[in-house]
Design a protein around this ligand. Structure first.
Ligand code: A2P
Length: 272
């Protein structure tokens, strides 16, 4: 048995599931995104997650579920992560740099996929914090625009700086020539509804409250949600998912799954 004296990055290199970091971007002291090489054989559906991580100090892989934020046609994989100073994985992962290696198990799974929803007219993507990651993939997927007449992405964060990743993403999607070619005028269907809860911004409040008091519908010029027309995907903290499920059920939507598609699906965003 060899003593584990290597750094996390060098230890990973020896593993079959190692991928190379190609880009790292820090958004705030709590948030960063990064891109890694994509295993040639990896196929996934937009909205799915994979297990990624680093070698732990005990010589065992330390892995967590991360939604793939990049679209399935992209050559690389993108992830969006929180930084938790005493988090077992993210306290280390936040220090990765271009050229470093991470572990990526190439087995994508998840419920936030088109297959888990029945056909509809309008799709809502409800996210808080890093819960926007699966939707970062889905709003770059042509299928989203083929399946729906209207696509609404809501993102609630504590402050304005935490919205920046999503804001830039939506802007880049709308201005991306290749996406325009792929998706065409369908991109105009995409509507973005960002809100903050702890800092002044054009739209303040938890999305749950803004749905309950009808503000969202007034702002977007929509009458409400119905199981005939509306579909939803939800990704945030446990409490957020729970509250939003209640709201969606109140509108008559039912929770679906891969094996049993219905009107909405939910997944917990990674938080630690
Ligand atoms: P709030 O500031 O009122 O807690 P976090 O950064 O803690 O993960 O939270 C991300 C965003 O999600 C925050 O704006 C937070 O609002 C909001 N949030 C947290 N819990 C809920 C919930 N149960 N319903 C709606 N929004 C929530």
């Amino acid at each position: 048995q060899k003593p584990v004296t290597q750094s996390a990055a060098t230890a990973v290199k020896a593993l079959p599931d190692a991928q190379t970091v190609t880009q790292v971007q820090h958004w705030t002291d709590r948030l960063f995104s990064f891109r890694v090489t994509r295993p040639q054989t990896l196929r996934f559906r937009s909205g799915e997650f994979v297990m990624i991580g680093l070698m732990g100090d005990n010589g065992k892989p330390l892995l967590r579920a991360y939604s793939i934020a990049s679209p399935s046609w992209d050559d690389e994989l993108e992830f969006y992560s929180i930084k938790v100073q005493d988090g077992p994985l993210t306290s280390k992962l936040q220090h990765i740099q271009e050229g470093d290696q991470i572990i990526l198990r190439p087995k994508p799974v998840g419920t936030l996929v088109h297959d888990a929803l029945l056909p509809g007219k309008r799709i809502w993507f409800f996210a808080t914090g890093t819960g926007i990651a699966p939707f970062a993939s889905l709003i770059r997927d042509p299928e989203t625009y083929e399946n729906y007449d209207e696509v609404i992405l809501t993102h609630t964060c504590r402050d304005v700086a935490e919205l920046e990743y999503g804001r830039r993403l939506v802007e880049s999607v709308k201005n991306d020539e290749m996406l325009r070619e792929l998706i065409g005028d369908g991109l105009d269907k995409l509507r973005y509804y960002p809100t903050t809860t702890r800092e002044e911004s054009p739209k303040m409040g938890r999305i749950t409250e803004l749905l309950k008091d009808g503000t969202v519908f007034r702002d977007l010029g929509i009458e409400g949600m119905s199981p005939e027309t509306d579909r939803a995907m939800v990704c945030g903290s446990l409490a957020f998912n729970h509250d939003l499920k209640d709201i969606l059920e109140g509108f008559g939507l039912r929770e679906g799954a891969n094996s049993d598609p219905k009107e909405y699906v939910v997944e917990k965003a990674f938080v630690g």
